[in-house]
Design a binder for this molecule. Structure first.
Ligand SMILES: [Zn+2]
Length: 175
């Protein structure tokens, strides 16, 4: 997270709230070296918790087995410098007809097993594919302007998985 590793200046994206050209926006986390000293994350709660869902395998109704929580990292608030987390409570189901286990659908928020929202993935890929930032610079930009920490190797994985030049990222997000 050393700004010195950024070669030259970072091309600006479309204007974000609170930042106008030429306006100096102080970095509220300047000088902070411990993650614990960061501003408290803003927690947004989402529910995908259902008593009964249709089994994706056989189409019959399947009751909830248990309730689970998952934390997703979202784009933070540039005005306050606070990171943003989405706490999703969701139901896991077991189909008594065919024995299948499945989670309530939350693909609108994030891909399965991904710790970041679609917005984070889409922005990271755009920074590299459309704005031409190196992976490390993209990672730094996400941290500096959006308060979301994404290791540069993760950005690289996303780009290689779905961010082919000229291709749509969105396409990959749809199962
Ligand atoms: Zn079933």
């Amino acid at each position: 997270m050393d700004p010195a590793m950024i070669p030259g200046t970072i091309p600006s994206l479309e204007p974000i709230a609170m930042s106008q050209p030429g306006q100096y926006v102080p970095d509220p986390t300047e000088g902070i070296t411990n993650v614990e000293d960061l501003p408290e994350p803003q927690i947004v709660r989402r529910s995908r918790n259902y008593r009964r869902r249709l089994c994706p395998k056989c189409g019959r109704g399947a009751y909830r087995l248990r309730r689970v929580q998952r934390t997703l990292h979202d784009l933070g608030d540039p005005a306050t410098g606070r990171p943003r987390q989405i706490h999703v409570t969701y139901s896991q189901h077991r189909c008594s007809a065919c024995g299948a286990y499945f989670n309530a659908d939350m693909d609108d928020l994030a891909l399965p097993k991904c710790h970041y929202t679609h917005r984070v993935v889409a922005l990271a890929v755009r920074l590299v594919v459309e704005d031409g930032l190196p992976y490390r610079a993209a990672s730094w930009h996400l941290w500096r302007d959006h308060r979301v920490f994404v290791p540069f190797a993760t950005v690289q994985n996303w780009v290689e998985a779905g961010g082919k030049k000229g291709g749509g990222v969105r396409r990959r997000a749809i199962p």
